[in-house]
Write a protein that binds this ligand. Structure first.
Ligand code: HEM
Length: 470
C-alpha cells in the first residue's frame, strides 16, 4: 500500500483535517491501513474489542436492540428536519403539516419516515423486551438493565403518544381526548393530572404546547441519558447473555472473536436493511392525516392509538378504575420487579428456560387464545354483574369482582402448571407471562379490528355488527 502522504509532501485538505482530528499522525507516513486502525480505535470506544462468538448468532438478538438504535437515530434526524417547518399552535399546526407535505422538497417522505419509524420503534423495542425475557437475559447481573430498558420503553410509549397530537387532525384530537379522559378515573389525583397534562380543562393551545415540549425536548433528553446508560450496563455485565442449550453449563468458557469486523459488519448489514425497508414503506404508504381537528364533531367510533387499544378494550369489560389504573399499574409493577422475583434456577441464555418451559409456553399461549375471545364474548352478551348485583357500587360489581375472578384464574393457572408439569418457578412464571401477553394482544386486536360504531363488536371485513351489546 503506497503512503497517503509522507513527511516531506504537502498535505491535501483531507489530510489536514485528518491530522487536526488525530494530531498523533502528524508528520508520520500514514497508510490506508493506519487510517483504518484509527477509525477502528474510534469505533472501539463504543463497542467491545472482542465478543463471545456465540453472541453473534442472529437468533439470539434478532438484531432488535441495534434496530432500536437505528430507529432512534432516524427519528431524531427526521424530527429535527420537521421542527424547522412545524408550528405548535392549533391555528397553524395542521396547515404547517400540509405545507410540509405539499411544498417542502421530500417533506412527505420525511414525515412518512418519522411516522413509520416511531411505530416500528415501539414494536421493535417490545419484541426486544420479549427476546430479553425469553432468553432469561434479565437475571443477575442484568437485572438493573431490565429496569432501565423498561423506563426507555415507557419513554417511547410517551413519545408516540405525545407526537400523535401534533398534526392536530381529527384522528389526533379525539384519540388524545379519550386517552387523557381516562385519567379522570384515577381517584384523588386523576382530574389534577388530567388538567396538568392538558394545560387546562379542555384540549387546546396549552395542550399542544405541552405535548410539543414533551415530544421534542423532555423525552429525547431522557432517551439520550438512558441509552448510553443501557449500553454501558450491557458491557458492565460482560456483554450479551451467551446462548446455550438447556443442558449446557452457563460457566462454560466461550471462544471470542474480534468485534471488528465480525460484529460491526453484522450491525451495519442490519442497519442498512432496516433503513431500506423503512424507505420502501415510506415511499409506498403515507402517514395518515385526517381532516383538521374539529372539537365539535367526534368521530364514531373514537379509538385510542393502537398501543393503547388493549386498555380501551379493557375499559369495555372492567370499571374504569380497574381498567385504567389498578390492572395496568399492577402489571407494570410486576414486569418492573420481574428480575427480582425468586427464581429456582439460572436459565439465562436458554430460550424459554428448558424443553418443558417451551411446551408450557405453547400450552399457555393456546389457553389464552381460547379463553380471551370467549371471555370477551361472554362479558359482551351473557355476564352483567352490575345488573345481577344492583345493590353493590359499580366499582365493586364491575371492577373488583371481575378483577378478583381474573386474578383467581391466573393464580389457578400458575398452580396448575406447576403441579401438572412439576415445573420450576422460572417455567411457571414464564407461562403466566405468556398467558397475559397473548391475552393483551387479543384485547388489542379486538379493539383495533373488531370494534365498530358505538364500540359494538363487528366483523372487520364486512363492517357487520356481530350483535348489539347488552
Ligand atoms: C430505546 C430502547 C432500547 C434500545 C435502543 C435498546 C438497545 C439495546 C441493545 C443495542 C442491546 C444489545 C444488543 C441486543 O440485545 O440486541 C440491548 C440489550 C439489552 N436490553 Fe435493551 N434496548 C432498549 C430497550 C430495552 C427494554 C424495553 C428492555 C427490557 C425491559 C431492555 C433490556 C435489555 C437487556 C436486559 C439487555 C441485555 C441483554 C443480554 O445481555 O442478552 N432493553 N439493548
Amino acid at each position: 500500500m503506497p503512503p497517503i502522504h509522507t513527511t516531506t509532501e504537502p498535505l491535501n485538505i483531507l489530510q489536514r483535517i485528518w491530522v487536526s482530528v488525530f494530531p498523533g499522525t502528524r508528520g508520520k507516513p500514514v497508510e490506508r491501513q493506519a487510517y483504518r486502525r484509527l477509525f477502528n480505535s474510534l469505533v472501539l470506544h463504543f463497542r467491545p474489542r472482542t465478543v463471545p462468538q456465540r453472541t453473534l448468532k442472529f437468533s439470539l438478538t434478532w438484531g432488535l436492540g441495534g434496530m432500536a438504535v437505528v430507529l432512534v437515530a432516524v427519528l431524531f434526524t427526521t424530527g429535527l428536519m420537521m421542527k424547522l417547518v412545524y408550528q405548535p399552535v392549533p391555528d397553524r399546526a395542521y396547515t404547517s403539516i400540509l405545507y410540509l407535505q405539499d411544498a417542502v422538497l421530500f417533506g412527505q417522505l420525511i414525515r412518512n419516515l418519522h411516522h413509520w419509524s416511531g411505530n416500528a420503534l415501539l414494536l421493535i423495542v417490545f419484541l426486544h423486551m420479549l427476546r430479553v425475557f425469553f432468553t432469561g437475559a434479565f437475571h443477575m447481573p442484568r437485572q438493573f438493565n431490565w429496569v432501565i430498558g423498561l423506563l426507555m420503553f415507557l419513554l417511547i410509549l410517551g413519545s408516540n403518544f405525545s407526537g400523535y397530537l401534533l398534526p392536530w387532525d381529527q384522528l389526533a384530537y379525539w384519540a388524545i381526548t379519550i386517552c387523557t379522559g381516562m385519567l379522570e378515573y384515577i381517584p384523588g389525583i386523576g382530574t389534577g393530572l388530567q388538567h396538568l397534562l392538558r394545560g387546562g380543562v379542555d384540549i387546546g393551545p396549552a395542550t399542544l404546547s405541552i405535548f410539543y415540549a414533551i415530544h421534542t425536548a423532555v423525552i429525547p433528553a431522557g432517551l439520550l441519558i438512558l441509552m448510553p446508560f443501557h449500553f454501558w450496563r450491557v458491557r458492565k455485565s460482560g456483554g450479551l447473555v451467551i446462548p446455550r442449550s438447556p443442558r449446557e453449563n452457563p460457566e462454560d468458557t466461550e471462544a471470542s472473536v474480534a468485534a471488528i469486523p465480525d460484529l460491526i459488519v453484522r450491525e451495519i448489514v442490519v442497519a442498512v436493511v432496516l433503513v431500506a425497508v423503512l424507505m420502501v414503506l415510506s415511499v409506498a404508504f403515507d402517514a395518515p392525516l385526517g381532516a383538521k381537528a374539529n372539537p365539535g364533531l367526534s368521530p364514531n367510533p373514537t379509538k385510542a392509538p393502537w398501543y393503547f387499544a388493549g386498555i380501551q378494550e379493557l375499559l369495555l369489560h372492567f370499571h374504569p378504575l380497574f381498567a385504567v389504573m389498578v390492572i395496568p399499574i399492577l402489571i407494570l409493577a410486576i414486569i418492573l420487579l420481574l428480575p427480582y422475583l425468586r427464581f429456582d434456577a439460572d436459565s439465562s441464555g436458554v430460550w424459554f428456560c428448558s424443553d418443558r418451559g417451551r411446551l408450557m409456553a405453547l400450552v399457555a399461549a393456546l389457553v389464552a387464545l381460547i379463553v380471551t375471545p370467549l371471555g370477551i364474548l361472554a362479558d359482551e352478551y351473557l355476564v352483567d354483574f352490575a345488573a345481577w348485583l344492583p345493590t353493590l357500587p359499580v366499582v365493586i360489581s364491575n371492577g373488583l369482582i371481575p378483577a378478583v375472578l381474573s386474578l383467581t384464574g391466573i393464580i389457578g393457572f400458575y398452580g396448575l402448571m406447576k403441579k401438572k408439569y412439576t415445573a420450576t418457578n422460572n417455567e411457571a412464571i414464564q407461562a403466566v407471562f405468556i398467558l397475559l401477553l397473548v391475552a393483551f394482544i387479543i384485547l388489542t386486536l379486538t379493539c383495533v379490528w373488531f370494534r365498530g360504531s358505538g364500540m359494538a363488536l363487528v366483523f372487520p371485513w364486512g363492517g357487520m355488527t356481530v350483535a348489539t351489546p347488552s
